[in-house]
Design a protein around this ligand. Structure first.
Ligand code: 13P
Length: 344
């Protein structure tokens, strides 16, 4: 079993490849569709995602795995083929988001805890039967505004990292690779130093919890945020500083046994997310693969190109293929702004 887990984990972060996060919840996909003036019906969601999964070159060459939402793992394409089969036949690995979202944490005003552990063992078994080989759980850590150092509280970090570890243990029990995602949000006005400090505390805590939960780190993938200033910070940072601080924190916190780190994009623009991953891989000298598990940074361009119109399908697939290719190059430190411009 551990052998299989290690194999899947390594395939997810294989050189030149990364993960497509297409697991937006009902509320989130509605928000994305609203912005391109598309009604979020079950059929539109299916058509949109089917279009991505049928982008053959990208799915074969750059997209190692796809994170699905509960609805999508049960859906069939217009021609009746299960979407999971389309992904697997394209040469990519189907995965599934299994958390139930961040809910208010009692006793900690303004903070959240990610729920979804109840009944998770049974749901994981069902998803494995439907073809999922890996899973994702996202913990959300917000940084206080206006220099408020009380947030995140130790309590919120502790309960969220504990839940991540319990989720990871259940995944291993069912033979699924856990993607462990402790996301420190880039909302807010904090500077990069504060993000660095909070990210370090969060990662130290999650690896301690994973150890207590007896997780074999060889069979997981870490999905962290990059160390960036808050979106409303007066002091933005260069790609080089972001890469350097992110690498410092990861080296201080992530054991060598972890096969790979697949960053979330978290609200960075698509090209920023690519450029920063590329800088980190140019610096190199780390024991893990550095890859991507992007949602917005892979999908913003194809969503816009598609805009709900069937006649835009080819343009949307070209936009997706281009972002996949650029990020694939970034995992190798071979991306450049010139290649970026040669665009779709
Ligand atoms: P973003 O890359 O849009 O942050 O999404 C990744 C993800 O899966 C968040 O849970």
């Amino acid at each position: 079993m551990l052998h299989d887990l290690c194999d899947i984990a390594q395939r997810l972060v294989a050189p030149g490849k990364g993960i497509l996060a297409a697991d937006e919840s009902g509320g989130t996909i509605k928000k994305r569709f609203d912005s391109i003036k598309v009604t979020s019906t079950e059929e539109n969601r299916r058509d949109y995602r089917e279009m991505l999964f049928r982008t053959a070159d990208a799915m074969r060459d750059q997209i190692s795995g796809v994170i699905l939402y509960d609805e999508t793992i049960r859906q069939k394409a217009a021609d009746g083929t299960p979407l999971v089969d389309i992904i697997a036949r394209a040469g990519s690995i189907p995965g599934i988001k299994v958390d139930a979202g961040a809910k208010s944490l009692a006793g900690a005003p303004g903070e959240t805890v990610t729920e979804g552990l109840d009944g998770l063992r049974e749901r994981l078994a069902l998803y494995a039967e439907k073809g999922a080989r890996f899973a994702k759980w996202r913990a959300v850590i917000d940084i206080g505004r206006g220099g408020d150092r009380a947030m995140p509280s130790d309590y919120a970090v502790k309960v969220n990292m504990h839940a991540l570890a319990r989720y990871a243990a259940l995944c291993h029990e069912k033979g699924l690779v856990p993607i462990v995602e402790p996301e420190v949000l880039m909302d807010g006005d904090h500077d990069i130093g504060r993000c660095e400090e909070v990210t370090e505390f969060v990662l130290k805590t999650v690896f301690q919890e994973l150890y207590y939960a007896r997780i074999k780190l060889e069979g997981m993938v870490l999905k962290p945020n990059m160390v960036v200033p808050g979106k409303k910070s007066a002091k933005q940072a260069s790609d080089a500083e972001i890469a350097e601080k992110t690498l410092r924190v990861l080296k201080a916190c992530v054991p060598v046994a972890v096969p790979g780190i697949a960053f979330l994009s978290g609200g960075q623009s698509d090209v920023e997310a690519t450029a920063r991953l590329n800088v980190m891989n140019t610096i190199g000298g780390v024991p893990w693969r550095l890859s991507f598990s992007y949602g917005r940074a892979l999908q913003a361009a194809p969503q816009k190109a598609w805009s709900g119109r069937p006649e835009n399908k080819a343009a949307a697939q070209a936009a997706f293929a281009h972002r996949a290719e650029m990020n694939g190059l970034a995992t190798l430190g071979k991306w450049s702004p010139e290649l970026e411009k040669k665009a779709a």
